[in-house]
Design a protein around this ligand. Structure first.
Ligand SMILES: CC(C)(COP(=O)(O)OP(=O)(O)OC[C@H]1O[C@@H](n2cnc3c(N)ncnc32)[C@H](O)[C@@H]1OP(=O)(O)O)[C@@H](O)C(=O)NCCC(=O)NCCS
Length: 338
């Protein structure tokens, strides 16, 4: 994992918007988050820093990586994706590089894709990265406070390899429901030209119709920032998380009590606490670090996985579940015998 050195506490955010430490902690559990350097640090460079550690720990070199899967919602460029920038920055061979756009579930979707290539024997060393530079795309004024206080920057990476020991990824499970696509979304830049007006799910339709990705009107109305209906997201998340955690447990003959560690996407501490309670999990079965990093979207699962492992909380043969829910809506899980 890699997180930028700049720490922004809740009190620091009060310099930009009308909010309070109490409000943020009570509703989200977040105390502080990291924001990348404005210049010189990008979603890709943070991903590369995490990747260097993952590759070193895997005992290989960047030239031995034979496929890259990069999950992010905050890419360096609208196109091309971050995967090719990693390939260039790490002087890798001319291998495949795939970008995954599944927001908070992005890392687990990416892992699932990598898992299929490993299972078919197509590739031997796949680099999977989740990285976000949210700070570049947040409305830090009071207008954007319901969403901007939640997000932070950072990156996590893993190297996936085949194993013959019976451990590894047992199964992955992917879901989506596009009916709520506008509930948590960044509409612009995009080609929608207000086409989805009948959804009535969001307030993006009052910007003048543009015949290009981005117009001055959109910028003036703050429609270049993400939109979130927080309560709708919360309600769906607490229904979906327990289901998507039970799915791999049932598929592999396990019960919640058999879980050594649940690594939930760090969306909101209240969501994780609700899920823990609903599933009857003990404190030591659930890893939370949202208080230090906020929600880092595609990076949150690999960052939490890395910290849990570094703290000795994940050991060989442990049953570990990764689970995420977010924009799309999409949700996903992976069960791993470590
Ligand atoms: C975003 C979230 C924390 C907001 O909490 P909430 O209890 O739903 O709060 P509301 O949006 O109803 O707003 C309550 C009040 O707080 C205010 N408020 C919103 N953001 C605020 C902030 N950062 N600081 C202070 N006040 C804030 C609102 O303006 C509103 O004021 P009003 O009652 O005077 O109108 C909560 O909905 C949530 O956690 N949702 C899930 C979000 C999530 O997990 N997203 C990531 C998914 S991957």
């Amino acid at each position: 994992m890699y997180v930028p050195k700049n720490v922004y506490t809740n009190k620091d955010l009060m310099k930009y918007m009308d909010t309070s430490d109490e409000w943020i902690q009570e509703r989200t559990g977040i105390k502080e988050r990291r924001f990348a350097e404005r210049n010189g640090e990008t979603t890709t460079t943070m991903g590369v820093e995490a990747a260097k550690i993952a590759i070193e720990r895997a005992g290989i070199t960047p030239q031995e990586i034979d496929f890259i899967v990069f999950a992010t919602l905050s890419p360096d460029y609208y196109f091309p994706g971050c995967g090719v920038l990693v390939q260039r920055a790490m002087k890798m061979n001319e291998i495949g590089a795939l970008d995954v756009r599944n927001q908070c579930s992005g890392f687990i979707y990416a892992l699932s894709v990598a898992d299929q290539f490993i299972r078919t024997g197509t590739y031997k060393n796949i680099l999977v990265i989740g990285s976000e530079k949210h700070s570049f795309g947040l409305d830090l004024s009071t207008r954007g406070r319901n969403i901007s206080v939640i997000f932070g920057d950072g990156a996590g990476a893993v190297v996936l390899q085949p194993t013959s020991k019976g451990n590894g990824i047992l199964s992955t499970h992917l879901h989506s429901d596009g009916n709520s696509a506008e509930t948590l979304a960044m509409y612009n830049p995009g080609t929608h030209a207000n086409h989805w007006t009948d959804t009535k799910l969001a307030d993006f339709n009052d910007a003048e119709l543009a015949d290009m990705f981005m117009s001055h009107d959109m910028v003036e109305k703050g429609q270049n920032f993400p939109y979130m209906d927080g309560q709708a997201v919360f309600k769906k998340a607490i229904l979906t998380f327990p289901e998507v955690i039970m799915e791999p447990l049932s598929a592999n003959g396990y019960q919640p009590k058999d879980l050594s560690m649940l690594i939930p996407h760090q969306a909101n501490l209240r969501i994780s606490q609700f899920v823990q309670q609903k599933m009857g999990l003990r404190d030591e079965q659930v890893y939370n670090n949202i208080h230090r990093y906020g929600n880092t979207t595609a990076a949150s699962v690999p960052i939490a996985l890395c910290e849990a492992w570094e703290e000795g909380k994940i050991k060989e043969n442990d049953i570990v579940c990764l689970a995420a829910f977010g924009s799309g809506f999409t949700w996903a899980s992976a069960l791993i015998k470590w």
